[in-house]
Design a protein around this ligand. Sequence first.
Ligand code: NAP
Ligand code: G3H
Length: 479
Amino acid sequence: MKVIDYKFYVNGQWKESQSGQMIEIQSPYLYEMIGRVQAMEKEEVDEAISLAREVQVEWANTSLQERAKYLYRWADELVNMQNEIAPIIMKEVGKSLKDARNEVVRTADFIRYTVEEALHMHGENMKGDSFPGGSKSKIAMIERVPLGVVLAISPFNYPVNLAAAKLAPALIAGNAVIFKPATQGSISGIKMIEAFHKAEFPKGLVSLITGRGSVIGDYLVEHKGIDMISFTGGTNTGEHLAKKAAMIPMVLELGGKDPGIVREDADLVEAAKQIISGAFSYSGQRCTAIKRVLVHEHIGDKLVGILKEEIERLAVGSPEKGNTVVPLIDNQSADFVQGLIEDAIEKGSKVVTGNKRDRNLIYPTLLDHVTEDMSVAWEEPFGPVLPVIRVSSDEEAINIANKSEYGLQASVFTKDINKAFMISNKMETGSVQINGRTERGPDHFPFIGVKGSGMGVQGIRKSIESMTREKVTVLNLSL
Ligand code: NAP
Ligand code: G3H
């Protein structure tokens, strides 16, 4: 395969780094290099940020309708380029072609909805005399203004969608953006920016910085030219960033350990269908994957039987063949998942199916009789392994669910809507899905991680709000 050297993007131009250093991107399933990206230097980062600061002022003064036109053009270009971008996502992060194409189309939909949401967001007025002693002649006009330069850092697993989910709200609100994609995912990010470039946005408004997070990450996060950080990635990285970034607003969307709670009265066939799709699609490399099942002991055997049958039907192998369970992003990730499986077996868990490995391809694995002393009960595997913990009551399920350091989402499967609400009310998570798998979409819903799963809210309107602040202008009339 021909190896392409990709350039970084600053001032509307594609450039090579003065460092002369390149980072090799290996495909997780072709086991060969598919391209190289630039390891940028600090001076090049400085140039991008200083340009962003300049251009942002004019962009914020551009009318909303005008900004909207650029974003619509970007969405159109993404759709036009889907046959070029989707195969690159597939090769770079090992996602099936169908899922990769869905990601591109979903992103275009996201951008369009973001524009429409912004067009319908309005400020408010307040009158002084509604407060004791206040005057009727004082009127506050409250509007939202951009924060300035947003640093967008995205993870590998949705290299286009989770990046654009930061860029689009930032831009429509009048911000400039410094975009740092995950290194494994940066070629897909570059392709997304090629579509952006075709939309002819003002030069310097968005720059794409490539380089390892461990090398340039801290420099970016601590840079005085950054006004807001929108980060999606692992909890450890998020916590590190939060310590580094002083006094600037941040939204952190981090890891998860979403439980699927299955009550005695659940429709087990439907619950199993949702659990399997939640746990194993894209090999469980989704923050919102169902990562543990808490099932009532009276129906445990039955549910495990159905899950086993369905898991053994999952298509496993190369993403080029449209398989659901595909090789993990790298060998280190596969080693981590394998370690969790082995720890569970050693401590007495039963392998119902799976526990087979071929390089970084882990076959879908179901572990039964998992107990609280096993790491797989608590750790986020980001791989195709599903632990089943048997419980004797709703209270026990709630207790184990909430003991987790994470708090992204939870699913509750039951026919009793009152019980579903009772459990939902007690769940320490951003969202609870009743009789459905845990998932982020539809993308205009608020998406919230609490505890180790994050800080702040995403979702289209909420993202725009997080990248703007309220500004009050007070009219003092002579009435
Ligand atoms: P990651 O290793 O934390 O990397 C995320 C991003 O952070 C990458 O762009 C990475 O760059 C960058 N980074 C690393 N160190 C940095 C530093 N010191 N300063 C600034 N940036 C730094 O996560 P991942 O492996 O890509 O993604 C998997 C994790 O993300 C899982 O835990 C998953 O649950 C979570 N996730 C959460 C959500 C959500 O919305 N809650 C969505 C998707 C994924 P490099 O690639 O160059 O290291
Ligand atoms: O990996 C984290 C993503 O935000 C999950 O999105 O639920 O649409 O797969 P998803």
